[in-house]
Design a protein around this ligand. Structure first.
Ligand SMILES: Nc1ncnc2c1ncn2[C@@H]1O[C@H](COP(=O)(O)OP(=O)(O)OP(=O)(O)O)[C@@H](O)[C@H]1O
Length: 324
């Protein structure tokens, strides 16, 4: 009996750990299948990067998760409840920043945020709106019409309306797209802070941004899942051998290192006063300590010795078949 209870509790914890479960979801527009049999999960407290080339089906999927678009088949479960456009119990649990921020251009920032708060049943509207405007540096423009704001400020307002009713799950569709570098950095930092309390599904075309922010990712291409899971595990999975960067003196030559494993030299260049080699070892054994001793015993000047991770960009290009 105790064991059964323990097993039920474990199942329950596993389910609670998954805020979002997308299960075999297909969406057909007239004459076009936008996404087909998508399955992926988003864990509680994660920032989950949602990636794919233009037209892959990201926005369609995000709209279905937000309950704005019905699925053609399959199911989406959020906080254990089925997402459907008429399921109003989920409306306060999801904050959505769509690709084109849904802002009412003829209202002031403050009016609009108060309206959204009221629609979502926020109790202390003034306090909450003041807090969000402070957090997103909107106080100086609170009385201005949204239509007259710059793109960066409109995007801040879009983000403000997504978080003003304190939803625990946020869907952010390309939140930093087309913004100036300073706003990008500020919004990224803000999103990172938000993740301490919220679960975030985040789409972006900027892969270094995804690497910086996300702990899990899903890559879709032509409406199908190409990779999904923990970013670190995806890195491991797509790692083709171990890549090591070795830098020695410009006038020196790298001796044969095959006693440490089979390898190819994939790249060689001069960086400052060193000559750097990129070696791809066939197996994953990290023999840096032995290699360092070996090279130093040979009297070489060792400037650099490090293991390189594949860039997310390489993985992305590989799984979307843009690079063979
Ligand atoms: N309302 C619609 N009617 C018909 N086809 C649509 C509709 N909306 C999107 N599509 C098509 O569905 C596919 C997926 O579009 P979606 O906008 O979801 O892609 P995306 O990954 O968000 O692209 P992007 O990165 O360019 O925003 C595309 O082929 C698109 O042309």
């Amino acid at each position: 009996m105790a064991r059964e209870l323990e097993s039920d509790l474990t199942d329950c914890m596993v389910i609670m750990d998954k805020i979002l479960v997308v299960d075999g979801v297909t969406k057909e527009y007239p004459g076009r299948v936008a996404v087909s049999k998508l399955s992926f999960e988003v864990k509680k407290g994660s920032i989950h990067g949602f990636l794919g080339p233009n037209g892959a089906g990201k926005s369609t999927t995000m709209k279905m998760i937000a309950g704005l678009l019905p699925v053609s088949s399959g199911s989406i479960t959020l906080f254990g409840e089925t997402v459907q456009p008429d399921n109003l119990t989920l409306k306060n649990k999801i904050g959505l920043l769509p690709e084109n921020a849904p802002v009412y251009l003829d209202q002031t920032v403050e009016q609009y945020l108060k309206l959204v708060s009221k629609l979502h049943g926020v109790k202390h509207v003034k306090d909450q709106v003041d807090k969000v405007m402070t957090d997103l540096s909107l106080l100086d423009v609170r009385k201005r019409l949204i239509g007259n704001l710059s793109k960066g400020y409109k995007q801040r307002v879009g983000l403000a309306q997504a978080i003003v009713y304190d939803a625990p799950f946020l869907i952010l569709d390309e939140p930093t797209n087309g913004l100036d570098p300073q706003t990008v950095v500020e919004l990224r930092e803000f999103i990172k802070k938000l993740s301490a309390e919220k679960t975030i599904l985040f789409s972006s075309h900027v892969l270094p941004e995804v690497e910086q922010l996300c702990d899990q990712i899903t890559i879709i291409h032509q409406g199908k899942i190409r990779a999904t899971g923990d970013l670190h595990e995806i890195h491991q999975k797509f790692r083709q051998g171990l890549v090591m960067r070795i830098g020695i003196g410009q006038q020196e030559s790298l001796p044969d290192l095959s006693s440490f494993g089979k390898y190819d030299i994939t790249h060689e260049n001069i960086v400052g006063k060193e000559k750097q080699y990129h070696l791809t070892f066939q197996d994953d054994r990290d023999a840096r300590a032995e290699i360092a001793k070996y090279l130093m015993n040979k009297g070489l000047n060792l400037y650099t010795l490090q293991v390189e991770s594949p860039e997310l960009e390489d993985i992305f290009l590989h799984v979307t078949e843009l690079k063979k």
